[in-house]
Design a protein around this ligand. Structure first.
Ligand code: FES
Ligand code: FES
Length: 407
């Protein structure tokens, strides 16, 4: 983690973040400034454009820690800005937006055009705005809106500011970035260092499980309730193989020995498939009905590694015969799949995994008389996208039933 301080929309902000966190993620996830949109995350589409020290900047390819002490202005910070206000009205009048996804970045770049260019031609505007892509409007309305604001302002005697008061053009960032300490600044050696400490193979992963200094990058909490008594659920949780069988996409390499087990988890999110091979240490405390699972694994194909800690507490639920399970989940994902560790996406996938886990758990508890043999088989690979589609179909079916009645 690196400590850094910036000013966002006029307010001083300090935070501890991973050096690799880009500015857009920092603003959206830590400050909830979701007006900064993320499209390509490659510096191509311009959806994430904002101002760093007054200069339009791609926040998806700008490390947050490189903006040490910078003045960052997001679209939210332009609420009371004269040019942005005039542009919003002109975009509305000229149909310069449809879905609005590109609009915050468009407004930031358009504001720069209005600020800097005295009498831009249509071609000048198109060239200046060529770093902002819109998939809806066809650009005609956007260009007209910018032309209108330039015309109106010049007509009111408001001249352009040559270069928008910039002392330089080119790659933007904080003029203070040079003051960032070597420890805080992202350097080319940071990535190899992370990879070197990542899990290399299940055998090596065992060693990393014991690292007392490890702290998860992302943590969140989830709870679920099952319709079975607390003693029954707690006893079920003592059987690691049975618990693993309820987790979609999970399989164990063999029987657990002294709470230590090798296994794998297969997961699919959209076109991305990953197969994490790894190890886990499991411990539990009968007195408090709490337990922990510490695991680490590696997906060879994407060269991604993950390490996680799940703490759980099993307690009586609100209703008779119900059990509530509270989970605290912390994990770190490194390598090519790290881009999917954005907390919103991970929590969404985790919620889906847990929903399936609870279904399987209920089914196995209901069939405990036959050792779970009558329970439906667990998915061999967890497909978050397919589950999302199934849930959508179920939702539509339920809505139809509600409106039209019947089966
Ligand atoms: S999301 Fe930053 S340029 Fe596309
Ligand atoms: S208005 Fe939809 S992407 Fe531009």
């Amino acid at each position: 983690m690196s400590s850094f301080s910036i000013n966002v929309n006029g307010k001083a902000v300090s935070a501890d973040i991973q050096p690799r966190t880009h500015l857009a993620d920092f603003l959206r996830e830590k400050l909830n400034l979701t007006g900064t949109h993320i499209g390509c995350e490659h510096g191509v589409c311009g959806a994430c454009t904002l101002l760093v020290d007054g200069v339009p900047t791609r926040s998806c390819i700008t490390f947050a820690v490189a903006c040490q002490q910078a003045e960052v202005t997001t679209i939210e910070g332009l609420d009371d800005d004269d040019i942005a206000r005039e542009l919003r009205a002109a975009f509305t009048k000229e149909h310069g937006l449809q879905c609005g996804y590109c609009t915050p970045g468009m407004i930031v770049s358009a504001r720069d055009v209005v600020l800097r260019m005295d009498d831009p031609s249509e071609r000048d505007i198109r060239v200046a705005m060529s770093g902002n892509l819109c998939r809806c409007t066809g650009y005609v309305g956007i260009v007209r809106a910018i032309q209108q604001v330039v015309r109106d302002r010049r007509g009111r005697g408001l001249a352009a500011i040559p270069n928008g008061n910039r002392t330089r053009l080119g790659p933007s960032g904080s003029g203070n970035a040079a003051a960032v300490s070597a420890a805080a600044a992202p350097t080319p050696v940071a990535r190899p260092a992370r990879q070197a400490s990542a899990v290399q193979a299940p055998a090596a992963a065992g060693a990393t499980l014991k690292d007392p200094n490890w702290k998860p990058q992302t943590t969140f909490e989830q709870s679920f309730t099952v319709e079975h008594p607390v003693d029954e659920v707690w006893e079920f949780f003592s059987n690691i193989g049975a618990v693993a069988a309820c987790l979609p996409g999970t399989s164990l390499a063999g029987e657990p020995v002294d709470g230590h087990v090798d296994g794998q988890i297969k997961i699919k999110v959209g076109p991305i498939s990953a197969e994490f091979q790894g190890v886990a240490d499991v411990s539990r405390d009968d007195a408090t009905r709490t337990g922990t699972i510490v695991g680490a694994g590696k997906d060879k194909r994407s060269n991604s590694s993950t390490r996680g800690l799940i703490s759980y507490a099993v307690k009586p639920g609100a209703g008779p015969g119900q059990t509530k399970v509270d989970l605290n989940i912390g994990f770190t994902l490194t390598g090519a799949l790290a881009q999917f560790s954005r907390s919103g996406l991970v929590q969404d996938v985790a919620s889906r995994i847990i929903a399936v886990f609870v279904q399987n758990l209920e089914a196995r508890l209901a069939h405990k008389g036959d050792g779970g043999a009558g329970a439906p088989p667990t998915m061999k690979e967890f497909d978050a996208g397919a589950l999302m589609r199934t849930m959508a179909v179920d939702y539509v079916k339920r809505a139809f039933r509600k409106v039209f009645g019947g089966g």
